[in-house]
Design a protein around this ligand. Structure first.
Ligand SMILES: Cc1cc2nc3c(=O)[nH]c(=O)nc-3n(C[C@H](O)[C@H](O)[C@H](O)COP(=O)(O)OP(=O)(O)OC[C@H]3O[C@@H](n4cnc5c(N)ncnc54)[C@H](O)[C@@H]3O)c2cc1C
Length: 392
């Protein structure tokens, strides 16, 4: 039997941040993970460059059943804190659009930074460890694994969500929460592409490769960024963002010309009796293949002068309010995050300890807090891990 002050399950962003902080406080910390190597998701994140935070982080960038839960942690561990750590390790980085910060070289430098900090704080990592059983005992927890039995006073669950199962994602954290009587909000794929319905596929799949700036909306939520057409459906940043809010069966409304008032433009040109064809005018704004998939060929070939007012309105409607009913999403196989997770009602927003189970903590993506695309999910992992590390 091995005695530890703190055991953390999950050797990635939130788990290692918690381990480092706890270790710095002089606690004996062991991190267990069933994967062969730590930080699997960090290495593939941000196209290999890890979008490790965002300059502008606030509660508005997160989805949760309790939108206030994340505020405390985000105010105590800010983007400047992770930037200071990154800079202390000599990692160069750059800002992309919307305040997103990426490593200049490779996501490996973020992994190396965490591992170096763990080493300095005396944290031990043990990989390829399957967790077989966990139970609460007097003053702590007993953990049975394929590598032996462990005791600890504090147990932090940092086992992430369900996205990318081939990287080792499991529902471990949710099952453990339920074992201890905590409720878990339904876990669904977020930041994930949509797939075409059969009826749309023949017409829209050939548009694969086209990317346009658009405003996309589902329900009351809208984002503006690029939409990317793929063979299987719709992707691109605006679609990924929207997917976290989308409910099956909901229509997605897309404004393909967010900077143009097309009804007014067509009305003006029509009055000027322009002999320009509609397709020539519209091709200044959108790819011809996309126009041909949305607007009837006969209409595209009409001159602007020959368009009726009703037609102008219909064309404007078709491009400003293009509607797509996705069949589904690509699911956890392609999702960047899981929406839902361990119900925040069960946790302290200050310590991340369960209100009713002393010594048990949940941090990172396993918790029902999900960030937008743009570095917000790593920031949540850092912030929740750092806060829990002050108490574990
Ligand atoms: C392709 C991709 C790209 C991404 N890019 C970005 C980005 O650029 N910026 C951003 O902010 N976010 C990004 N994300 C999201 C981000 O990676 C996660 O939100 C973040 O890694 C969550 O950290 P975590 O420590 O909570 O969980 P994870 O990083 O998922 O780590 C969980 C750990 O727990 C271990 N584990 C799971 N089950 C068990 C078990 N049963 N027993 C033992 N160990 C277990 C896993 O092996 C893993 O090491 C991306 C995600 C994906 C999939």
């Amino acid at each position: 039997m091995i005695e530890q002050d703190v055991i953390i399950i999950g050797a990635s962003a939130s788990g290692l941040m918690c381990a480092i902080e706890s270790g710095k406080r002089g606690r004996h910390v062991l991190v267990l993970d069933h994967a062969r190597k730590p930080c699997g998701k960090i290495l593939i994140s941000g196209g290999g460059r890890c979008n490790f935070t965002n300059l502008d982080v606030s509660a508005e960038n997160y989805l949760s059943h309790n939108p206030h839960f994340c505020k405390s942690a985000l105010s105590r561990y800010t983007p400047w804190d992770i930037i200071a750590l990154v800079e202390a390790h000599g990692i160069s980085y750059h800002e992309r659009s919307h305040g997103q910060l990426f490593c200049d070289d490779s996501a490996r430098s973020i992994r190396d930074m965490l591992l170096a900090e763990c080493q300095q704080a005396g944290v031990r990592l043990q990989m390829t460890t399957n967790i077989e059983h966990i139970e609460a005992i007097a003053h702590g927890f007993r953990i049975e694994t394929n590598q032996g039995v462990y005791h600890c006073r504090s147990l932090a669950i940092a086992s992430g969500g369900l996205s990318i199962p081939k990287l080792g994602a499991t529902d471990f954290g949710y099952r453990l929460a339920q074992q201890f009587g905590l409720s878990v909000r339904p876990a669904v794929a977020g930041l994930v592409p949509f797939t075409w319905r059969h009826a749309d596929k023949t017409r829209l799949a050939p548009l694969a490769g086209i990317a346009v700036d658009a405003v996309a909306r589902t329900g009351q939520t809208s984002f503006r960024e690029n939409v990317l057409f793929t063979h299987r459906g719709l992707s691109g940043p605006v679609i990924l963002q929207l997917s976290s809010y989308w409910q099956p069966g909901e229509m997605v409304h897309i404004d393909l010309l967010p900077d143009v008032n097309l009804a007014m433009l067509l009305a003006e040109r029509r009055q000027q009796a322009s002999q320009q064809q509609l397709k020539t005018l519209l091709a200044q704004y959108l790819p011809k293949r996309l126009l041909a998939a949305i607007i009837a060929k006969a209409c595209l070939e009409q001159t602007l002068a020959s368009l009726s007012l009703k037609q102008c309105q219909e064309i404007s409607e078709a491009l400003h309010h293009w509607q797509v009913l996705p069949k589904s999403t690509e699911g956890f196989r392609k999702a960047e995050v899981t929406v839902g997770g361990v119900d925040t009602d069960a946790l302290s927003s200050k310590t991340f300890e369960c209100h009713d189970i002393k010594g048990l903590y949940f941090i990172g993506e396993v918790v029902d807090v999900t960030g937008w695309l743009g570095g917000y999910n790593f920031h949540w992992a850092w912030a929740s891990g750092w806060c829990a590390g002050q108490y574990t």
